[in-house]
Design a protein around this ligand. Structure first.
Ligand code: PNS
Length: 169
């Protein structure tokens, strides 16, 4: 990979929010490329809103202006995916203390599984510190306004899923 610094940003991205976008753009300040990697979740597939293909398409639309972002999906362990791509950095957003325990556990477990992988936590813009994809799904499904929290293509996809979603309340 020509000495390029590549980071993997793994997650569910169901759907991608402005908080995720903020983390990717922050990461691009210190890496050459970011691979946004959508995890398949066989056990949780029925609870998801968007199919993996649709999540990938939305991420591609959101980052259409950013050639340094690539999109992928993976099934199985993150460390296997990262090693196969020779990516030694993984990025995770840390919104609040409540995220910390799970994130710390995951980072150390991933390190145990593949010591070459370093997890870097980034704090999002404070406007997104309370934002989550699950809240976006819930609010949109109940007819609330999520236009501050997702980009235009994602808003359109939510609208087509939930036609009652309001623009403003
Ligand atoms: O957006 P999420 O749901 O918080 O992302 C969690 C994700 C996908 C990053 C995590 O569950 C993951 O890495 N899954 C892949 C399977 C794996 O490697 N599990 C062991 C983690 S220590």
């Amino acid at each position: 990979m020509n000495g390029e610094r590549v980071a993997i940003y793994p997650g569910s991205f169901d759907p991608i929010t402005r908080g995720h976008e903020d983390i990717v753009r922050r990461a691009l300040r210190f890496v050459d490329r970011v691979t946004v990697a959508v995890a398949h979740r066989r056990t949780q597939a029925k609870q998801g809103l968007f199919e993996i293909e649709e999540r990938l398409k939305l991420i591609a639309e959101v980052f259409a202006d950013e050639p340094r972002v690539e999109i992928a999906d993976f099934d199985g362990l993150l460390v296997h995916f990262a090693r196969a791509r020779n990516a030694r950095i993984t990025i995770r957003g840390l919104r609040a203390i409540s995220d910390f325990e799970y994130e710390f556990q995951m980072a150390l477990m991933n390190r145990q599984l593949w010591p070459e992988l370093e997890t870097i936590f980034l704090a999002p813009d404070e406007h997104y510190s309370y934002l989550s994809a699950s809240l976006v799904r819930e609010i949109a499904s109940l007819g609330g306004d999520v236009s501050d929290f997702v980009s235009v293509p994602v808003l359109a996809a939510l609208h087509s899923r939930f036609p009652d979603t309001k623009e403003r309340t």
